[in-house]
Design a binder for this molecule. Sequence first.
Ligand SMILES: Cc1cc2nc3c(=O)[nH]c(=O)nc-3n(C[C@H](O)[C@H](O)[C@H](O)COP(=O)(O)OP(=O)(O)OC[C@H]3O[C@@H](n4cnc5c(N)ncnc54)[C@H](O)[C@@H]3O)c2cc1C
Ligand code: FES
Length: 280
Amino acid sequence: MRYFDARVIENRSLGAGYYVLRLGGCESLERSEPGQFVMVRGDWERDPLLPRAFSLLGVAPGGRADVLAKTVGRGTALLERTIPGARLSVLGPLGKGFPSPARGVTDLLVAGGVGMPPLFMQADRASRAGLAAQCEMLYGGRSSRDIVLVAEMRSLGVPLFLATEDGSLGRRGRVTATLEARIDEHRRAAGGATRLRILACGPKAMLWAVGRIARERSIECHLSLEEQMACGIGVCLGCAVPARSRPFRYVCKEGPVFDASEVLDVAQLVTPGAGNPALK
Ligand SMILES: Cc1cc2nc3c(=O)[nH]c(=O)nc-3n(C[C@H](O)[C@H](O)[C@H](O)COP(=O)(O)OP(=O)(O)OC[C@H]3O[C@@H](n4cnc5c(N)ncnc54)[C@H](O)[C@@H]3O)c2cc1C
Ligand code: FES
């Protein structure tokens, strides 16, 4: 797989450092699955040297691909400033995504902050498969400024439950509390007969909390991990996380989506980029 040239069609600011980059020339991403990601680099000379990883928010026929990004450092700040027509180098689709929606299974999609894109894409996939009623989006952030693309989410027809820590939008508190409430509600309504599955992406602390909730309640759970990545293709070994079945798994190639039982209470012992101190 090689880097290809994509063009910025639109850079839509959502406020608070969030923006959606719409890219053209991404025909090779058209068959991407929710949870897969791309490595992106602009004409930045040497600073930053490495490309940055972004989950796909959506892909469409005609070579269109969307990513949602939040500015946290130099790479994302440079991308935030890109203008239509700018050229970006893109590698992807990379990694393994979330399992497909399945009849008879209710998927609880748990999104924290900028971990929302792969779950948006999963909700879109369910909606297109006529399974919107069998999944729901639980989306949390620190405040209303961290909750974006709500109208787009509602248009998918998937039930949406919002939570903010400061109570400025949706239920006050962490999205994990919303998750527990939704599980209880499903189990009460169906007398325990509903088959639930949890798919989650967000900050590490949220992921581990989600994994534990799933384990305590014997619910299948898939977590999308984020590690700092230099290559994205299994070469630099910078994204290694400890795992249960083997000493290490590589997030870029074997993930980023893992069965929670494979990484829960093992992977959280490492810090981002710990596998390769040369990552910058
Ligand atoms: C598979 C994958 C999918 C991702 N999807 C998205 C996405 O859809 N939208 C989005 O905005 N971001 C996403 N990220 C995170 C994104 O790659 C980083 O925010 C970006 O690389 C930061 O680059 P920077 O140069 O702006 O910041 P840097 O200057 O490199 O870093 C700024 C700060 O962020 C921390 N950081 C950087 N990268 C990561 C990371 N991967 N995990 C945890 N902390 C990190 C650094 O330690 C530092 O404290 C994803 C990362 C991965 C691995
Ligand atoms: S990012 Fe290089 S091996 Fe995973």
